[in-house]
Design a protein around this ligand. Structure first.
Ligand code: ADP
Ligand code: MG
Length: 357
């Protein structure tokens, strides 16, 4: 058990009638961490956060904050705060009144409240004159900053975010992602962040948890989740991926549908007499050319080419299905649709997922 954990969850179960929304969650979050929970819609992300902030009761399990049990503590007495997708700002109050609202509830004196609002406006890089600005006159980005300032008002131990950027347009989202990451660094607070955007998770997080049907499928740093997913589900959730069936016979010889495998190719992670999924991210596949030598190769025909900003994606139809190859725009390979192509990769570019095809 990690003794430095700020927040610790043990055996969390949440049922709605006969439906189990959370099915045995164990988790430790470290102080100062930016921890992100990613998962498909309905996987239980919001339900988990609602339990953590005390908006709902758990069915089984315990929640500990700094070694103190808090799962029976009422929401308003928990040193945590939540930022919702909808922000939930009060439209009839001005910026300052919104930010100081949690302080008023805690009966902080007006003078001190005003000082604190100024500190928070500075922290969020909003002009102090915004104290009197009406919420309706604030832009989308400014409202996000006001909501953040309000969430930080009473100096909570942990901030929880439930998809706060998902309703915003791309540019504003990108700006606020960076601001949030920066705010995290400046405040040193613990952030627990929910998103269904993989990109958002990769940009901001120290660690990522992948949620599936009320459980965590994998918890790790972004790089590990991307390069060494534990399952097909995680691999596919974390962006484009090629998965090939692979077998090692009792003597260790490798074979796989549609794969040409060099006799000296080795996969240390695949035990003799077993089968698994061989994962290769699209950026690791190479087109055949003079002097090229592959440990693993496939042949097929070019199905299509797609420009994705700075990258180009190629789809290749093979006997084992569509294979995706990605290149930087400057490394673009000129190919015609329907043209025969051969692509390949080496064992070092792969990851073995111990899951039958
Ligand atoms: P996510 O935030 O990952 O999209 P939720 O945590 O909101 O998912 O929901 C997880 C599951 O629990 C969903 O199937 C949802 O319908 C169900 N659920 C959530 N809240 C309730 C509730 N109050 N009553 C019944 N079912 C609920
Ligand atoms: Mg949700």
């Amino acid at each position: 058990m990690d003794s430095t954990a700020l927040l610790r969850l043990r055996g969390i179960v949440k049922k709605f009638g006969s439906f189990t929304a959370l099915n045995g969650i164990d988790l430790e979050i470290r102080e100062g961490e930016f921890f992100t929970i990613v998962g498909p819609s309905g996987s239980g992300k919001s339900t988990l956060i609602r339990l953590l902030v005390g908006m709902d009761d758990l069915t089984e399990g315990t929640i500990w904050l700094r070694g103190e049990r808090i799962d029976q503590t009422p929401a308003n007495l928990r040193p945590t705060c939540m930022v919702f997708q909808s922000l939930a700002l009060f439209p009839h109050m001005n910026v300052g009144q919104n930010i100081e609202f949690p302080l008023k509830l805690r009966k902080v004196a007006p003078q001190r409240r005003r000082e604190r609002v100024n500190e928070l406006l500075d922290l969020l890089r909003l002009p102090r004159s915004y104290y009197d600005k009406r919420i309706a006159q604030c832009s989308g980005g400014e409202r996000q900053r006001v909501a953040l300032a309000r969430a930080l008002a009473f100096d909570p131990e942990i901030l929880f975010f439930d998809e706060p950027l998902s309703a915003l347009d791309y540019r504003l989202r990108k700006t606020l992602e960076k601001e949030l990451k920066d705010l995290h660094a400046r405040t040193g607070k613990t952030f627990v962040y929910i998103t269904h955007s993989l990109e958002e998770a990769m940009v901001m997080s120290d660690r990522i948890a992948i949620m599936r049907e009320g459980r965590f499928e994998q918890i790790a740093v972004a790089d590990e989740i991307y390069n060494r997913p534990v399952s097909r589900f995680v691999a596919e959730f974390m962006g484009e991926v090629n998965l090939f069936e692979i077998r090692a016979d009792a003597g260790g010889t490798l074979s796989g549908k549609a794969l040409e495998i060099a006799p000296d190719a080795r996969l240390d992670a695949l035990a003799p007499g077993t089968e698994a999924l061989l994962m290769v991210r699209p950026e690791y596949l190479r087109f055949d050319g003079p002097g090229e030598r592959f440990e693993f190769a496939l042949s097929g025909t070019l199905h299509g080419e797609y420009a994705l900003g700075s990258r180009i994606q190629y789809e290749i139809e093979t006997e084992t299905g569509m294979v995706t190859v990605e290149k930087l725009r400057e490394d673009r390979v000129r190919l015609k649709e329907g043209q025969p192509v051969r692509v390949g990769f080496d064992a070092a570019d792969t990851h073995v997922i111990a899951e039958p095809a």
